[in-house]
Write a protein that binds this ligand. Structure first.
Ligand code: HEM
Length: 175
């Protein structure tokens, strides 16, 4: 069995490092890169294509969310083992952490499907438009508009969930 201090060092480090990278990159993508790309239109295509297809930005962000959530639930189980389920989830620290954990877990699924996958679809579509050399067909234009609206909606929901989760995580021990 791994001793408690090294265990906590490793998992808290992984949890918090992956968490800050996840939330920071989601904030940058949803708050700045997405809206800027929507503003400049298809000329943003090549940059987004390299970021998303070659450098796998969406998959890396999803992976960071996965590491945060997995390490978080391992820490949660460890703490539950120390206190016992009843005492842990009814303590203020345990309850606020559990609420934050649930919100972050929902954000990880919602973000990977609503944002990550839709960003990849959008990049594929814009790549096809750029490769055709002409303006987008009416059908492609409608698809781009639809995907853009989905990305905006799910991106905003993702950020709200993440801000609430970080608020709970960062303040849990002081309630
Ligand atoms: C938005 C993503 C998340 C971020 C940025 C984050 C950040 C943090 C931070 C900064 C702490 C330290 C709190 C303190 O010591 O007072 C913490 C602790 C903790 N987090 Fe998260 N967290 C996130 C998601 C999750 C998820 C999904 C879980 C799943 C259960 C989780 C479970 C925990 C647990 C159990 C602790 C307490 C560890 C201990 O006993 O010290 N977190 N988190």
């Amino acid at each position: 069995m791994v001793a408690a201090v090294p265990f906590m060092l490793v998992f808290r480090f992984l949890h918090i490092l992956a968490g800050v990278l996840w939330v920071g990159s989601a904030f940058l993508f949803v708050g700045f890169i997405g809206p800027s790309a929507a503003e400049v239109g298809p000329s943003a295509g090549p940059l987004l294509s390299v970021a998303v297809k070659k450098r796998k930005a969406a998959k890396v962000i999803t992976g960071l969310g996965g590491v945060t959530v997995l390490a978080g639930w391992i820490l949660w189980l460890h703490d539950m083992g120390l206190y016992g389920l009843g005492t842990w989830v009814t303590s203020r620290f345990g309850l606020v952490l559990t609420i934050g954990a649930a919100l972050a877990t929902i954000a990880a699924f919602e973000g990977s499907i609503g944002v990550g996958r839709n960003v990849e679809r959008m990049v594929d579509l814009v790549d096809r438009v750029v490769a055709s050399g002409g303006p987008p067909s009416p059908e492609q234009e409608a698809q781009i508009e639809h995907l853009g609206a989905e990305l905006e909606k799910w991106g905003k929901i993702d950020l709200v969930l993440l801000v609430l989760a970080v608020t709970a995580m960062s303040t849990a021990r002081y309630w």
